[in-house]
Structures are given as C-alpha cells and as structure tokens.
Design a protein around this ligand. Structure first.
Ligand code: ZLV
Ligand code: CA
Ligand code: ZN
Length: 398
C-alpha cells in the first residue's frame, strides 16, 4: 500500500544495505558511515520510501570486485584486521595503508564494509540495465579515489569504476560527473584509455591555505584532459574544473550548467553516473566551498533533466547533519517531491539537527559562511575556465 501516489512516468530505486552504518574508521577519522543512518532517517521521516523501489543489495563478491581490482590487493583487504596488521607493515605500505596521516585505516569489518557499498553500486547499475529503474541511488558509495591495486583518500574499493564497467556491457558511452570537493582521480585513471567513458570533475585545486599542501589529491588541473598521446582513444575524454576556496551558489550553478550541458551535448552519453559528494557544501569539515543544499541539489536536478539513465551515488561529506539534509533533498529531487523546511518531529536522532549550531531543526539552513572561506573565485577566473573547457571539448570528434 502506498501512502503517496506515484504519478511519475519514471522509476526511482534506492539501494541501501543498513549494515554499512555500523562500521567505524576510528573516532578521530572524519569519514563517519553513521551519516548514512541520519540520511536514511530523514528519507523515511519525509515518507520518501513510498515514492521509490527499495532494495537491500547483497555484498559484492571477491570475483565481482576483481573485475577492476588486482586479486592480490583484494586478498590483502580480505584478510587484514586491526589484530594482525602489525605483523605485515611492509604489505600495508605497498597498498598505501597507514602512513603518518592514516587516511585509510585498517578497521574492524573493513572487508564487509567495502563489499557492502560496492554491492549497492553494482546492484544499482544492474537495475538501470534491466530497465527496472530510470534513476538508481546509492548514498553509501562514491569512493572515487581507490586505485586498481591501492587504497587512497578514505577509499579502498572503487565502487564507481565497478558500476561503470557494468554499465559498459550495454551502454556505448557513459558520462561520469563528480561534484565532490576532491578530484575524482581514481575513476579518471581507470578509464583514461577509453573513449567510452568521459570523466568530468569539479573540485578545489591548488595550495590549501590551512595546510599549505596542495589540496588532496593534488591532481585535476584544467590542463588535465586525459592522455596526450594522440593514438590513445582516451585523449580529450576527461575534463577537470579546478576551483578556488569559497565558490558560491550562483557561480557554481552557472558553471555546472554551462560546462556539464556542453559535455552532454557534445558527448551524447547513453547513461550518466553522478557522484554527489557533500563535502562541497559550506561548513563541511574538510571542504572549502560555500554551497548551500539547494545549489548542490541543483546539480542533481540538472542531470536528472537530461533524461538519461542515471546512477546517483554519494561520496565525501564530513558534517553528517548536512550530508543527511543534502542527500535527503536530492532523493526528493529525483522523485520530484518538494519537502517542508520544518523537519518532521518524530525523527530518531532529531537532536543532531536541532539547536542553532546544528541548523535549527530545519531542512535548509543557510550554510554559507564567508568568514571561514573567503571567495577567491572571480568572474574573470571562472570565465577563463569555461573558455578553456569549451576549447578542450572541441578535441572530441563527433
Ligand atoms: O571525500 O585532515 O590530505 C571521497 C573523498 O574525496 C591528505 N588526505 C593527506 C595527504 C597528506 N595528507 C594528510 C593531511 C591530514 C590533514 C587533516 C584529516 C584529519 C584526520 C584524518 C584525515 C584527514 C584528512 N585527510 C583531510 N584530508 C585528507 C586527505 C584525504 C581526503 C580524502 C577525501 C575523500 C570519500
Ligand atoms: Ca570532484
Ligand atoms: Zn571529497
């Protein structure tokens, strides 16, 4: 029995295995799988579950993940535990674990965690292939930094690459769009030698004013458009939009619509994958931008309106209450619902959203805080970026 009518001509599916929530990277680590609990609670509280098909996907198998990853790397992931890791320090280093920053810690249930989020992305892709959904959502995925044989930046297995590979079994051209504040380097690298995937990432690029290191992962300048070798089919099939601290709603919306629209026109993808990392929001613990929830959601709406099969996945997002708000809003955008700004009062963990510092119990609090991140993106710089982007698109034949 549906509480809400479904007058839509398209189907939205939600792929989520709640077991991911119970994994912890460690108490001081910024990645909190618990943000997914909050997201789910908001989605349920607004009654959005009645407007979508819900699935609890099984974990991905070793062999499924080996469609992209090296088997020796996966064997390592499968057996490493916090208890036995001290006996294999050399191997940890080989796969980019540990180190002084410890972005990729070994934690209890790591293998289970990676197979759960990967299984959800693969199942979402399968649903698009079956024509069982037009838009398939997996908020637990989007781990765009993971490499074939190494972990990187909180990412161990690259669920996006696995999902895109699956889409490629039936789709000639897949467009990957990444609005996480970090460069989607792992996905770009995985498909650098094919013209059947176009990767487009918007991100902060350049020296970080807080750490004075290059902002992670340090790649993705405007000049990076894929391999330069003219015989490489992947040439010109990557586009990177490097941004400065503090970009605001109007600038980002304009840039996103202009550049993404041009890519879609030129490349004519038959399916789209959108990584909707929420660390590009204002007030994010790791991010540097000043976006509000509705500006972030505008990107989802814009991509939805291209009317192609769409895989929508999560990614970064380090202020859990705002991650939950954004992904709930974007779920509503997908189903075509508008949500009341006052949060339903019967939400578990309602305290996480209440009080002035937590957004005052509303869905769309103002997140921009120009004192924290001064806007260093001038109209002139952005125009220049668009000009350069249009120029590199001219190298795409067709
Ligand atoms: O959102 O911050 O900057 C997808 C995603 O894109 C680094 N890692 C490495 C390279 C040398 N540094 C370490 C700098 C540490 C600065 C303090 C943290 C505090 C605790 C734990 C991690 C961090 C941290 N690490 C902040 N930024 C990093 C990045 C990795 C970012 C991954 C983004 C993942 C899910
Ligand atoms: Ca990005
Ligand atoms: Zn990120």
């Amino acid at each position: 029995e549906y509480g809400l009518e479904r007058p839509r001509g398209y189907t939205v599916s939600f792929h989520y295995n709640p077991h991911v929530e119970y994994h912890h990277f460690g108490s001081s680590h910024p990645m909190k799988p618990w943000r997914l609990t909050l997201t789910k609670q908001l989605v349920l509280a607004y009654g959005l579950e009645y407007t979508m098909d819900l699935y609890t996907p099984r974990p991905a198998s070793f062999d499924e993940m080996a469609l992209f990853h090296d088997r020796d790397y996966l064997s390592f992931l499968q057996q490493i535990t916090p208890q036995n890791m001290h006996r294999q320090e050399d191997i940890l280093e080989r796969y980019s674990f540990g180190g002084e920053s410890n972005d990729c810690p070994v934690f209890e249930g790591l293998w289970n965690y990676v197979s759960l989020y990967s299984g959800a992305s693969m199942h979402a892709a399968q649903n698009l292939l079956n024509h069982q959904s037009d838009i398939a959502i997996n908020w637990s995925g989007g781990l765009h930094h993971a490499k074939k044989g190494a972990a990187s930046g909180f990412c161990y297995v690259n669920d996006i690459v696995l999902a895109i590979q699956h889409l490629l079994t039936q789709h000639q051209r897949v467009l990957y769009i990444d609005i996480d504040v970090h460069h989607g380097d792992g996905v770009e690298a995985a498909f650098e030698s094919t013209d059947r995937v176009f990767t487009l990432s918007y991100h902060k690029f350049g020296q970080d004013r807080f750490t004075s290191w290059p902002f992670f992962p340090g790649t993705g300048d405007i000049t990076d458009t894929g391999p330069s070798d003219p015989t490489n089919r992947g040439k010109a099939h990557a586009l990177n939009i490097p941004l400065e601290d503090g970009i605001d709603d109007d600038q980002y919306k304009w840039l996103f619509k202009t550049v993404t629209g041009a890519v879609v026109d030129k490349y004519q993808p038959t399916a789209i994958v959108l990584q909707s990392g929420a660390d590009s929001l204002g007030g994010d613990r790791l991010g540097r931008f000043n976006l509000n929830i509705k500006a972030h959601g505008f990107c989802v709406e814009t991509v939805k309106n291209y009317g192609r099969p769409l895989l929508l996945i999560g990614g970064g997002g380090y202020t859990p209450r705002n991650v939950a708000r954004t992904w709930c809003h974007e779920t509503a955008v997908c189903v075509g619902a508008s949500l009341h700004n006052d949060l339903p009062t019967h939400i578990p963990y309602i305290m996480a959203f209440q009080g002035e510092e937590n957004g005052g119990g509303i869905l769309y609090p103002e997140l921009h805080n120009t004192k924290r991140h001064e806007n260093n993106n001038t109209t002139q710089k952005l125009n220049k970026i668009v000009e350069r982007a249009m120029e590199s698109l001219r190298y795409l034949e067709g």
